[in-house]
Design a protein around this ligand. Structure first.
Ligand code: GDP
Length: 419
C-alpha cells in the first residue's frame, strides 16, 4: 500500500514593519550602566621563582605600588622555605570605572632544593576558592556571591633561553585544568630578539608535547576584521616576553617613558616593538578580562563542580564543555541541594537509631533490675512462709504432747497471729 503524501501545510508569513521603536536595541546600554554601577573584579594569581620580577610586573600592569616595600625587599635567603599564599587587594578606578583587583602571590615557589611539592599548596588554594563559591551557590539565600576564584594565573618562566624546566612542566600540568594559564617569559630584556624568538618556539613545542592547555582568546566569525587580526597577532605572541618597570627613564629623543635604561639604549615597557607587555595588558585588562572571568565560571568551575558532584555519587553528562545554560545550572543546584538533604536525612537517621538503642538498653537494664528485686522479694516471702510452717508444726506437736485441751500461751500467740 502506498501512503498518500500528507498535504503540505500552508504557512502564512505576515510581513509587517515594526510599528516604531521597540527598545531592545538599548539592551547593551542597560548592561553597560549596570556594569559601571557594580564595578568589575579580577583575581590574578602570580607564580614563579623569586626574583623573576613578579611584583614589579604587577605594579607596572596596574600602574601603582600594589606590593608593600617590605615584602619586595626580603632577601632570597630569608624567604619562606614552604610556598605561602598571600592576597593583596586594591580598588582602582579609571574614568569612573571601578575595578576590584586581587593579586594572589605565591612566595617560596621553586625556591627549595627539592621542589617536588611546590605546587600542592597552590593547587589546594585554587580548589578552596572553587569550594567557597560552590558552598555560597548552594545556600538557600544567594545574594551576590563574592567571586574569589582565580581568573588568570600568570606563570613566570625564567629567561634561560633553553626550554621549559621540569618544574615548569609539572606545575603547568597540575593547574591547566583549573585556571586560565598565561605563561610569560620574565625579564625578557636580558635576551636578544633572536634568542626570544627561539625560546618562544621551544616553549611552545614543550607546551604541545606535554598537552598543556594555555589560555588563548576565542576568535569569533562575526568579529570585525581589525579585531580578528589583533586577536591573531596577540595569540601569535604567546608566551609573552615581558619587561616590568615603574621607573621613568629618558629616551635618546628626550621622552619620559616607563622602562629600563642600558648603555646601548632604553627598553620601553609600553612599546610593542620592544616587548610584549602591552599584549599582556590587553589580554588581562583591556580586551579579554570578561572572557577570562566567563571561562573561569562557565568552563573551569563547571568542570570542577561536575567532578565534585561525581565524587559525591551524583553523575552528570559533561562530555563536552557546555555553554552557560540557566536551566541546567538550576537543575544542578537542585541535585546538589537534594544530595545535601539526603546526607542530612541519613545523619538524622543514624542519630535517631543511636538514641533508640540507648533507650532500649536502659529499659532492658531496668527490666532486669525489676526482675532481680521481684525474685529477692519472692525468696524473702518463701523464707518467711517456711519459718511459719516450721512454727506451726512445732505448735501442733506441742499441742498433741500436752493433750489437756487448755490453751497454752504459744497457742494464743499462734491464734493471734493467724487471725
Ligand atoms: P619577585 O621576587 O618575582 O617579585 O621579583 P621583583 O619584582 O621583586 O624583582 C626582583 C629584581 O628584578 C628587582 O631588582 C627588579 O628591579 C628586577 N626586575 C624586575 N623586573 C625586571 C625586568 O623585567 N627586567 C630586569 N632586567 N629586571 C627586572
Amino acid at each position: 500500500l502506498s501512503e498518500k503524501p500528507a498535504p503540505a501545510r500552508e504557512v502564512k508569513v505576515i510581513r509587517r514593519k515594526l510599528n516604531g521603536y521597540v527598545g531592545f536595541a538599548n539592551l547593551p546600554k542597560q548592561w553597560h550602566r549596570k556594569s559601571i554601577r557594580r564595578g568589575f573584579n579580577l583575581n590574578v594569581m602570580v607564580v614563579g621563582e623569586s626574583g623573576l620580577g613578579k611584583s614589579t610586573l604587577m605594579n607596572t600592569l596596574f600602574n601603582r605600588n600594589l606590593y608593600s616595600a617590605s615584602s619586595a625587599a626580603i632577601p632570597a635567603t630569608e624567604k619562606p622555605s614552604a610556598v605561602e599564599i598571600e592576597s593583596l587587594s586594591a580598588d582602582i578606578e579609571e574614568n569612573g570605572v571601578r575595578l576590584h583587583l586581587t593579586i594572589i602571590d605565591t612566595p617560596g615557589f621553586g625556591d627549595a632544593i627539592n621542589n617536588t611539592d611546590s605546587w600542592t599548596s597552590i593547587v589546594s588554594d585554587i580548589n578552596n576558592r572553587f569550594d567557597t563559591y560552590l558552598e555560597a551557590e548552594s545556600k538557600v539565600t544567594r545574594n551576590t556571591i563574592a567571586d574569589t576564584r582565580v581568573h588568570a594565573l600568570i606563570y613566570f618562566i625564567e629567561p634561560t633561553g633553553h626550554s621549559l624546566k621540569p618544574l615548569d612542566i609539572t606545575f603547568m600540568k597540575q593547574v591547566h585544568g583549573k585556571v586560565n594559564l598565561v605563561p610569560v617569559i620574565a625579564k625578557s630584556d636580558t635576551m636578544t630578539e633572536e634568542e626570544i624568538v627561539e625560546f618562544k618556539q621551544r616553549i611552545n613545542d614543550d607546551i604541545i608535547t606535554h598537552n598543556i592547555n594555555i589560555f588563548k582568546p576565542a576568535q569569533f566569525e562575526n568579529d570585525d576584521d581589525d579585531t580578528i587580526l589583533s586577536t591573531q597577532d596577540l595569540i601569535a605572541k604567546i608566551p609573552f616576553a615581558v619587561v616590568g618597570s615603574t621607573t621613568a627613564v629618558t629616551t635618546a629623543d628626550d621622552r619620559q617613558v616607563r622602562g629600563r635604561s642600558y648603555p646601548w639604549g632604553v627598553i620601553e615597557v609600553d612599546n610593542e616593538e620592544h616587548c610584549d607587555f602591552v599584549r599582556l595588558r590587553d589580554l588581562l585588562v583591556r580586551n579579554f578580562l570578561e572572557e577570562l572571568r566567563e571561562r573561569t565560571g562557565n568552563v573551569l568551575y563547571e568542570n570542577y563542580r561536575t567532578e565534585k558532584l561525581k565524587k559525591m555519587g551524583i553523575d552528570q553528562d559533561n562530555s563536552v564543555f557546555r555553554e552557560f545554560d540557566p536551566n541546567l545550572k538550576q537543575e544542578e543546584e537542585k541535585v546538589l541541594h537534594e544530595a545535601k538533604l539526603a546526607k542530612m536525612e541519613a545523619e538524622m537517621k543514624t542519630v535517631f537509631q543511636q538514641k533508640v538503642s540507648e533507650k532500649e538498653k536502659k529499659l532492658q537494664m531496668s527490666e532486669s533490675e525489676l526482675f532481680a528485686r521481684h525474685k529477692e522479694m519472692k525468696d524473702k516471702l518463701l523464707k518467711q512462709v517456711k519459718v511459719l510452717e516450721e512454727k506451726k508444726s512445732q505448735l501442733e506437736k506441742s499441742k498433741t504432747t500436752t493433750g489437756d485441751g487448755s490453751l497454752q500461751p504459744a497457742q494464743k500467740t499462734r491464734k493471734g497471729f493467724l487471725r
